[in-house]
Design a protein around this ligand. Sequence first.
Ligand code: SAH
Length: 276
Amino acid sequence: MRKAALPSESTITPLENVRIVLVETSHSGNIGAVARAMKNMGMNNLYLVQPASFPDEASYARAAGAADVLDRARVVESLSDAIDDCVLVLGTSARGRKVPWPVIPPPRAAEETFHHAVQGPVALVFGRENHGLSNDELQRCHFHIHIPSNQEYSSLNLAMAVQVVCYELRMFYLRQLEEGESGPQLLPMTRPSDQGWDQPLAQVADVEGFFQHLEEVLVDIEFHRRDRPRQLMTRLRRLFQRAQLDQMEINILRGILTSVQKSAGSAGGGSRTPES
Ligand code: SAH
């Protein structure tokens, strides 16, 4: 069998590190259709955040031959449970939001996904049939994927949106296999997800811990008021998400925050010091 020359010597295929996350799906038939769309494109990691009904007859009926994807699907209580161990999170959205986020089309999303999946799990998050993902949920993501559909009728059926994104992942994967035949390439290093970066990427749970600590300190030093948020945390979140922090950077930032708390004499000082 041919082997992919992907930007890592890792023995797992990057696609195995990619998960589809469906948030509060209301029609279980759609969950089955998603499983089918995924399996067609060679993917099988499905996470379901509080589905209205699962497992049930409708989901298995629509999955056709992809019942195995449903059998191994993980049902979780919250979006955090589905993404905490990820190094990259991409949320999908049919429309723009108040504070714009970096928006990319599916082919670029496939590239980002593969770049990161050699370092750790990557989540592709899809929203509710009736109102998509909330702003809070979308702000947990590094990028938003928008399928450039008709502006006057932009919202695809959930499983169709999953199909489009998974198809682009598949295309990227197949291109990598083909290029692999001409030998490994020396890729330029421009971002923390590139091979050769000196530190591993931070996981979502650690970055979230940093955001909570940052907010606490900004309140302590009276820069920020929780009753008058003025989008401050949203904008800081977007700034740091764009940087795609590595583990060492998180530790440094947490250390700085703890020192600020100590100097300011606030109660929380030292309580959140990272372990390493
Ligand atoms: N009515 C909702 C859309 C729900 S469609 C809204 O206005 O937000 C269900 C899900 O399919 C979305 O949450 C998103 O995950 C995906 N989806 C549908 N159309 C999309 C598009 N054009 N681009 C990206 N994702 C899309």
